[in-house]
Design a protein around this ligand. Structure first.
Ligand code: ZN
Length: 342
């Protein structure tokens, strides 16, 4: 098959479109012909090798995959050849204490497509049957591939970690990202007031089109001052963020009493200063969040299938142009998911 692989970590030029061996499935696995694979910032971290994962080389990244079942193993009973499917990006053992609780990402054997197993920058990918989910409703392959990672992440952040309640005020930092555009919609779905933070007016307009009630352009406005103005100095109940260091002080200052800040990333840096007295005095919570469970994806997919939540798509590239797709993601000049078509 054709695939985009890298043989060593590095900048854009390590991505190589080339022949790779066809995946061989085990009895409990499914072979999927990839129709669309969506990019995540994770792909760039993996390519550059800045995280602690030791990858086998050459390596194929790509965690958000949709396609058609091409072959099933002898023990597979739930899906059949020809089914239109998407893959749940998180792979877990399915039979440990954490997996039984639906806390897949806390499984000791947890990984993602494109991390410890090959991902979707290829014509074919193999998957455990457990990860194969029929595409709901009349969703296209592009729409289906744009959903999983960001909606699992946003769902887990807002409901499982931050215990979001109807009517609360929610600040979404990085509203132009995949997780951000999912979080804006999910918070609106349960009747929250949403303030979107982004770096351009264009991104804020797009966040408003997804339902955001107010916007803050952090390039020319103070996040904390705007939150204080919009909430009449009360602060927001929940902050969803993955920017880290650069927005930390503004975010902490913007939390209401009993406010919860939930983070799933540190794109600007990971070291911050924390005033514990204010934290306990205002009874605030700081929450870490990482991916989520298959059940959270299927919960989100009910609304996606009914088109009450939607995957936001920026652009699509042929697989052989993966370099251009990565360049676009690195430029930060996009809104929603960037897709690859093998
Ligand atoms: Zn497990």
């Amino acid at each position: 098959m054709k695939a985009v692989r890298f043989h060593k970590h590095g900048s854009l030029d390590v991505l190589t479109y080339e022949d790779a061996p066809d995946p061989k499935i085990a009895a409990n696995e499914v072979l999927v012909q990839v129709k669309t694979c969506a990019l995540n910032h994770l792909d760039i971290w993996l390519r550059m090798g800045v995280r602690s994962w030791k990858l086998e080389m050459p390596h194929i990244v790509g965690s958000d995959i949709s396609g058609v079942v091409a072959e099933v193993g002898s023990l597979v009973t739930r899906v059949k050849t020809g089914d239109r499917v998407l893959l749940c990006p998180g792979i877990s053992c399915g039979q440990c204490e954490q997996c039984f609780k639906g806390l897949d990402s806390a499984c000791r054997n947890y990984t993602l497509f494109g991390v410890m197993v090959d991902g979707g920058y290829a014509e074919y990918v193999k998957s455990p049957e457990m990860n194969v989910i029929p595409i709901p409703g009349d969703l296209s392959f592009d729409e289906a591939a744009a959903v999983p990672l960001v909606f699992i992440t946003a769902w887990h952040m807002l409901f499982t970690r931050a215990r979001l309640q109807p009517g609360e005020d929610v600040l979404v930092v990085g509203a132009g990202s995949g997780v951000g555009s999912a979080a804006v919609q999910i918070a609106k779905l349960v009747g929250c007031r949403v303030i979107a933070v982004a770096g351009t007016d264009e991104k804020i307009e797009k966040a408003r089109a997804l339902g955001a009630d107010a916007g803050i352009n952090h390039a020319k406005q103070s996040i904390a001052a705007e939150v204080a103005r919009i909430t009449d100095k009360r602060g927001v109940d929940v902050i969803v963020e993955h920017v880290g260091e650069a927005v930390w002080e503004a975010c902490f200052e913007s939390l209401a009493t009993y406010g919860r800040l939930v983070t799933c990333g540190t794109t600007s840096g990971e070291e911050v200063k924390l005033n514990l007295r204010i934290m306990y005095g205002r009874q605030r919570s700081l929450l870490g969040s990482f991916m989520g469970g298959k059940g959270e994806l299927t919960d989100a997919l009910k609304f996606i299938g009914q088109r009450r939540l939607k995957a936001v798509i920026d652009s699509a590239f042929p697989l052989q142009d993966a370099v251009a797709a990565h360049r676009k993601m690195e430029s930060r000049n996009f809104f929603g998911k960037i897709l690859l078509h093998p």
